[in-house]
Design a protein around this ligand. Structure first.
Ligand SMILES: [Zn+2]
Ligand SMILES: [Zn+2]
Length: 395
């Protein structure tokens, strides 16, 4: 059996590539996606969608009422923002904006979203319910999903199911990751300010050295995952920045450590937060310093609900073959679509975009690129899954 929507999606491939390359050449940072949003809004309007712009600043929502009776609404999400990365690829569609690049593949997501919008509009008469397209700004750490939710994204109509995807340069073209449960991690930002007593580098006895204390804290924090976390569980405590001191002969009074904490399960998240506070303040006290620990809650874990995931799995199997679906992989990366999935049952999946060394460069790397043959695959999977969700199969 050929997959529903696949041949139609393949026929759109040149259009999808053109959209993706145009966006790639004109990347826009989070909450600045004005050109991208205008293109999306124009295309959705031309296809007959009811379009709302300015949702969550630069977000766009498209509504399509199907031609068959049915009360369900299915939300499909595509993020639009680029990154502050300077592109190093030597390609005809290279970024035209110095220092800004679609280095995570959100240009591909918008192109897939336009493709999905096109095919679902073409099949409008067969749709028993409402399609709600979410073109989201500012996924990269700025809270675009929450901004859209705050602007009423999940009301009138309220979605019954939500689906989303990400291209993945660590997965082969023609493969996908579709799995229930926590697929991406909760991500929280950590700041520790160590306060000691500054002084002359020749007289350490008269000081409390914030550089030395901060260094002990960095090392001691690594014992949390190694010695406190159950070996069956997964977590990360990373210190990525250590800011202290200005001169070799001055003992620093303060040091600031910045890091990130990742977890999949709420009890693990709670454990990591508690131990980070205990270890940092305890180590500081040992040396007569203080440590002020601030943990800023970032995104929750991205948790896929069982039934929508089954629908997505079957739609993906029809397009790529069940042999090409990984049902166990998960990543300690974070994803703000988790804010939608915390409120609406749904599922999020990875579609492989790597076909050689070039398209295998990591996300956020200046040489990131995709094999564009994944675009029609993503379109076909989402269209088929959305139709089945409208039929109530995800409940
Ligand atoms: Zn990213
Ligand atoms: Zn991304």
């Amino acid at each position: 059996m050929t997959a529903p929507f696949l041949s139609e999606a393949e026929a759109l491939r040149d259009d999808l590539v053109a959209v993706r390359r145009d966006l790639h050449m004109h990347p826009e940072l989070g909450f600045q996606e004005l050109r991208t949003a205008r293109i999306v809004a124009e295309k959705l309007g031309a296809l007959g969608y009811e379009v709302q712009t300015g949702v969550g600043q630069t977000g766009v929502v498209g509504l399509l009422q199907g031609g068959l009776p049915g009360g369900r609404t299915v939300l499909l999400r595509f993020d639009m923002d680029a990154l502050p990365v300077h592109e190093e690829n030597d390609v005809s569609y290279r970024s035209q904006t110095p220092g800004v690049m679609h280095a995570c593949g959100h240009d591909a997501h918008v192109a897939i979203g336009i493709g999905v919008a096109t095919l679902l509009a073409r099949h409008r008469e067969r749709l028993p319910g409402t399609i709600k397209l979410m073109f989201q700004p500012a996924e990269e750490g700025l809270g675009g999903a929450k901004a859209m939710i705050a602007d009423g994204l999940l009301e009138s109509p309220r979605p019954d199911v939500a689906l989303g995807l990400h291209v993945a340069s660590d997965q082969d073209l023609g493969s996908a990751v579709v799995r229930p449960g926590a697929m991406m991690a909760a991500s929280d930002a950590l700041t520790i300010v160590v306060r000691g007593k500054g002084g002359h580098g020749a007289h350490p006895d008269q000081t409390v050295d914030a550089v030395m204390v901060g260094s002990q804290i960095v090392v001691a924090l690594q014992s949390i995952v190694a010695r406190n976390l159950c070996p069956e569980d997964t977590g990360v405590v990373t210190i990525g920045a250590f800011l202290a001191g200005n001169a070799g002969n001055v003992i620093a009074e303060t040091a600031e450590l910045r890091g990130t904490i990742r977890s999949f399960e709420p009890p693990v998240r709670e454990l990591l937060h508690r131990r980070v506070r205990e270890v940092a303040t305890g180590v500081a006290a040992t040396y007569g310093a203080t440590a002020e620990v601030t943990i800023r809650i970032g995104v929750d874990a991205t948790v896929n609900a069982p039934k929508p995931t089954t629908v997505l799995y079957e739609a993906t199997a029809a397009v790529l073959g069940a042999d090409h679906i990984d049902t166990t992989y998960r990543t300690t990366g974070g994803e703000d679509f988790s804010a939608v999935l915390a409120r609406v049952p749904g599922s999020y999946f990875f579609i492989g975009s790597r076909s050689d060394e070039r398209t295998g460069a990591p996300h956020h790397n200046p040489r990131f690129d995709i094999d564009e043959r994944c675009l029609p695959q993503g379109v076909a999977i989402l269209c088929a899954a959305a139709l089945r969700c409208l039929d109530g199969e995800a409940e």
